[in-house]
Design a protein around this ligand. Structure first.
Ligand code: ATP
Length: 295
């Protein structure tokens, strides 16, 4: 993937200290690359395995709902990934919206929520068709950009990001070695939690791990809250999930969507829907919501 390598000293100019975010692997800054403003993800420590993994995976992907890689740079033992600059992540957008809202309804209208779910679903279909399991689907890893239409209305474009933990199916031996730290507990499928079964279940249905997490992400999009109460410890979350407990979906959620989300977080991985079917249902639902609004 060396065609993606850029000369950091010549082309990248860090713009002061505009930090866009920070995660377990490093920090993300707003940077100028040639004459473009871009996002630069700088990895802590040198040659972090996650850097190589993320570049290798992103270099092979091109989809409107996946954050595009523009290049990577290795400069004085600092490893960084250059990508499209987005407006932020979905988690913080939802927090802002909930903060400024007076009602207890979720951060989005049902139509907006279904539209965002569908965009992420389309990105996931493409990813799974390319035999890649994301393994860390959650609102903090979904980036967005706001687009304004001529009539002043706003549209949220959502893109999947953070492929640091992603794996290709070819690399499937690694699926049996997942530790409970793989991914984030609140979004983690039960088969990753029950140590005894990790090997066979995870290896047989690796893509269904993302479907489970997507179900939890849909809950976040509908409510603006993280799955399970904030006060619940990771151990409590695991106990609940293994006992079959799932978050309660809001009353105003259409029944078809409830059934779809409940299918996504089914305890039995093989019974969860595929992303292609999830998108079909979401497309149908979006269409009927649009028709209702026109009547
Ligand atoms: P994690 O601990 O979740 O693995 P990480 O170190 O891998 O995090 P990212 O999740 O890729 O880092 O990014 C951290 C945060 O930086 C994101 O949640 C987002 O707020 C911000 N960010 C990342 N990429 C971009 C981008 N292209 N444009 C704007 N903001 C971004």
């Amino acid at each position: 993937f060396s065609i993606w390598e850029v000369d950091h000293a010549k082309s990248v100019e860090r713009l002061g200290s505009t930090q866009l975010g920070r995660g377990a692997f490093g920090e993300v800054r707003k940077t100028r690359w040639f004459r473009f403003e871009v996002a630069e993800k700088i990895f802590y420590g040198s040659n972090h395995p996650s850097f190589k993994n993320e570049v290798e995976i992103l270099a092979g992907l091109a989809h409107p709902n996946i954050v595009p890689l523009l290049g990577y740079a290795i400069d004085n033992n600092r490893y960084s990934i250059i990508m499209e600059l987005m407006d932020g992540d979905l988690f913080h957008l939802m927090q802002d919206r909930m903060h400024h809202k007076k009602s207890h309804d979720g951060p989005f209208t049902i139509f907006e929520a279904v539209d965002i779910m569908l965009q992420i679903g389309e990105g996931m279909v493409y990813l799974h068709n390319n035999k890649i399991v994301h393994r860390d689907v959650k609102s903090q890893n979904i980036l967005f950009k706001k687009k304004k239409y001529i009539d002043g209305s706003e549209h949220i474009c959502a893109k999947l990001a953070d492929f640091g933990l992603s794996k290709t199916k070819e690399n499937s031996s690694t699926f049996s070695n997942q530790t409970p730290n793989t991914g984030t507990t609140r979004w983690m499928a039960p088969e990753l939690m029950s140590r005894g079964q990790v090997g066979s279940k995870v290896k047989s249905f690796p893509f269904q791990l993302d479907v489970y997490s997507f179900g939890m992400l849909c809950y976040e999009i509908l409510t603006g809250a993280v799955p399970f109460s904030n006060t619940c410890s990771h151990i409590e979350v695991k106990r609940k999930v293994l006992d079959g407990v799932r978050p309660s979906l809001p009353e105003q959620c259409p029944d078809e969507l409830k059934v779809l989300i409940q299918g996504c977080w089914h305890a039995e991985a093989s019974l969860r829907p595929l992303f292609s079917d999830i998108c079909k249902s979401l497309r149908r639902l979006r269409c009927s919501l649009m028709t209702c609004s026109l009547m």
